[in-house]
Design a protein around this ligand. Structure first.
Ligand code: WT7
Length: 625
């Protein structure tokens, strides 16, 4: 993985950087953590200032900016109206070439209208609203409208199927769901309404469902609870008060996969979150007033929450939302978009970079890409060869690559370069100012390891955009993140720090599989497999894949008398697509007579991993049989 050559930033990059003496900030923040984040908070608006920057009296339930009153919408929209009302906030385009530009003042109108729609429907502060939409402006409007009203949003990625959607609706007890009728993807029409309606069949908490008409035909209403977005919005007033929230009041829940079949409802607040994401975005992507910023993620993931919607809007930036796949309708569609809108900052995932790398440079040569100033990478480790290709062919050797390591739980970049830093391809750089990360031994007593030794990545001091709890499961919050390595936040990743202090992320240490940067819990896929009538038991692991980073290898024990035919394999793959969603890419299924389990019935994935590589599984003394 390692490549010791440094890539140095150009003089221009250094000269124009928002932060020039970054290393000094990093050192100072170690001594005065609260001072560092307080300075960041002072760049934002508050209805009422805080009494304390960080209250750790009930750790690990840390409270940032306690005593303050704010709302993330105050900073993302309200404060820009006077000075930036006419500036474009959101550029939208889809694979059919449909496009829209929405100014800050227009965005404010829409968000106010949606806040009023919520009020008309009786949705109040603290209620939960689930959204299920592709990357379209209505997704942003719904999220911001909820935030403005103090309503907690829970976005479900539109690549999840009805079962996953239903689970997330019921877990959050949502009163309202806002979904799109569909989306165009690679020339096909994806019917999201059908999936949402299937989920709604067993979602008793949902009182109303709003259908956003994104397809080029009128949606039919099939459930008594359904209402049409356009009709509601048309009637609503474009004036609404932004609700004054406590800093620690929840802004959203975002379900993410962990080690069990039950997704974790990660909760982020209004106050600390806005401080963490705005400071990191401003410093890492060096955001300037004239930037056109494009993050290719989807709002269904944390990347979209923090760095397509909230972060860029807080900084008053123009953020681009593209609804579509990377190489459709043409392999160069993304480069066309960059030239068309003169994108300056481009943030994507390693899997996309590898996809383009595989196509060669002929599609890129047709485009100038001269507007680009900075590049970013997120979601999984980027292999040095992909990094170098990205640097050379997209960045033309003049755009530093910000390989940002972070998580749904951290809310913001944690380990990342800044533009003035020397870079090493494949390394995520150093902990951001105010962040203290360590590598500890996997075995007790979990000592801090020396450079070049691989171990568990942990975070020492709290940070403002951190999760505040797991929804309805404060005990699980403590158990998952704070118990195993006392005194530290456990990230779930393996990592190594080199002699220069650079961090190298080496993948997950738990049962989470990262497919094309998407986070998938092995237990959730196993549940989907077991729900098939012919399957008795199932166990899955992630195996390396050149394009997607990881894909799934499934071991399946069939019910008595069922034959493991190739046809059944295909059927099971399709079954997982239906039950869980197409993002759970299964490479292969192997039928087995027995699965390796401990006496307490826990699947020994270590044995499965050895099987998949044709290696010796080692000590089997704890095996049941
Ligand atoms: C996991 C978190 C945070 C945005 C998207 C993913 C992996 C994330 C990197 C990176 C190596 C990375 C880690 C992490 N990851 N960024 N730059 N280099 N690995 O959020 O779905 O919560 O997944 O993604 O394994 O724990 P997420």
């Amino acid at each position: 993985m390692k490549d010791e050559k440094f890539y140095k930033p150009s003089k221009d990059i250094i000269k124009s950087a928002n932060v020039k003496n970054y290393e000094k900030y990093r050192q100072d923040a170690i001594i005065d953590l609260e001072g560092f984040w307080e300075d960041a908070a002072k760049e934002l608006d508050w209805y009422k200032k805080w009494n304390t920057v960080l209250d750790d009296s009930k750790a690990p339930f840390f409270k940032w900016f306690k005593g303050s009153k704010t709302n993330i919408v105050l900073n993302a929209i309200d404060r820009h109206i006077k000075t930036k009302g006419k500036k474009v906030a959101i550029i939208y385009e889809d694979e059919k070439g449909r496009s829209r530009k929405i100014t800050y003042s227009e965005l404010n109108d829409e968000v106010c209208k949606f806040a009023n729609v919520l009020e008309t429907l009786g949705i109040k502060k603290g209620d939960r609203v689930v959204t299920y939409m592709p990357n379209i402006p209505e997704q942003a409007i719904a999220m911001l409208g909820c935030a403005k009203s103090g309503v907690i949003h829970s976005v479900v990625y539109a690549g999840f199927s009805h079962e996953a959607l239903r689970k997330r609706i019921n877990e959050s007890g949502a009163k309202l769901i806002v979904f799109a009728d569909g989306s165009y993807r690679k020339g096909k029409e994806i019917n999201l309404q059908e999936i949402a309606e299937e989920a709604l069949k067993k979602a008793p908490s949902v009182k109303k469902a709003i259908v956003v008409n994104n397809l080029e035909k009128k949606p039919k209403l099939n459930d008594k609870r359904e209402l049409i977005w356009d009709e509601l919005m048309e009637k609503a007033s474009n004036k609404a008060e932004t609700v004054k929230m406590d800093s620690t009041d929840p802004l959203f829940i975002l379900y993410t996969s962990g080690t069990t079949g039950e997704p974790k409802g990660v909760v982020h607040d209004h106050g600390g979150y806005q401080v963490g994401i705005s400071r990191t975005l401003k410093w890492v992507f060096d955001i300037k007033d004239n930037d056109i910023y494009w993050c290719t993620a989807d709002p269904g993931w944390i990347t979209g929450h923090s760095y397509i919607i909230y972060g860029p809007l807080i900084l008053g930036t123009t953020t681009l939302m593209y609804e579509g796949a990377p190489i459709y309708p043409t392999p160069d569609i993304w480069w066309k978009i960059i030239d068309k809108y003169k994108v300056t900052v481009f943030y994507t995932a390693p899997t996309a970079v590898r996809l383009f790398m595989g196509l060669g440079d002929k599609h890129i040569k047709k485009h100038k890409l001269t507007s680009l100033r900075l590049l970013g990478s997120v979601g999984e480790p980027i292999n040095p060869s992909a990094w170098k290709w990205y640097y050379e062919f997209i960045g033309k050797k003049k755009c530093p690559i910000m390989d940002t390591w972070w998580q749904t739980e951290t809310g913001m970049f944690m380990i990342t370069p800044v533009p003035t830093m020397d870079l090493k391809p494949g390394s995520a750089g150093k902990p951001f100012a105010g962040i203290q990360a360590f590598i500890v031994d996997e075995n007790e007593p979990h000592e801090i390891l020396r450079p070049e030794e691989k171990g568990l990545l942990v975070i020492d001091t709290p940070w403002p955009a951190m999760l505040t709890t797991l929804y309805n499961s404060p005990k699980r919050y403590i158990e998952k993140y704070w118990k195993d390595i006392p005194g530290y936040y456990l990230t779930g990743d393996y990592a190594m720090q080199d002699l220069d202090g650079y961090f190298w992320i080496e993948g997950r240490s738990d049962d989470v599989i990262k497919i094309a940067g998407h986070r998938i819990g092995s237990a959730e896929v196993e549940n989907a497999l077991v729900s098939h009538k012919d399957v008795a038991e199932a166990a899955v692991i992630g195996v390396a894949d050149e394009l997607r980073g990881e894909v799934i290898l499934a071991y399946v024990l069939l019910k008595k008398g069922v034959n493991g035919s190739p046809k059944l394999k295909d059927e099971l793959k399709q079954h997982v697509r239906n039950e869980f969603g197409p993002i759970a890419v299964i490479k292969d299924i192997e039928f087995k007579d027995k699965l390796p389990k401990t006496r307490s019935g826990k699947i020994m994935r270590r044995v499965l991993r050895a099987w998949s590589k044709g290696e010796d599984p080692g000590d089997l003394s704890t095996l049941q049989d």
